[in-house]
Design a protein around this ligand. Structure first.
Ligand SMILES: [Zn+2]
Length: 63
């Protein structure tokens, strides 16, 4: 499966200039990838849309 996210918000390290994504963003990408795998997606290109805080709260209450 190839899952491409565009416009992922990245932080840039002040020391070495390396770009990285924070835990919430990487977690959201991971769960999107797991969902896509369940639906049999082979190739998908999508724009990253941050999950609002209230939705994260709802998700954690459901699970
Ligand atoms: Zn660094």
């Amino acid at each position: 499966m190839t899952l491409v996210f565009k416009n992922v918000p990245a932080q840039v390290c002040d020391n070495c200039g390396e770009a990285y994504v924070d835990e919430q963003v990487s977690g959201q990408i991971l769960s999107a990838a797991e969902e896509a795998a369940r639906y049999g997606v082979q190739v998908d290109i999508r724009e990253f849309i941050a999950t609002p805080a209230w939705a994260i709260k709802n998700i954690s209450e459901v699970t």
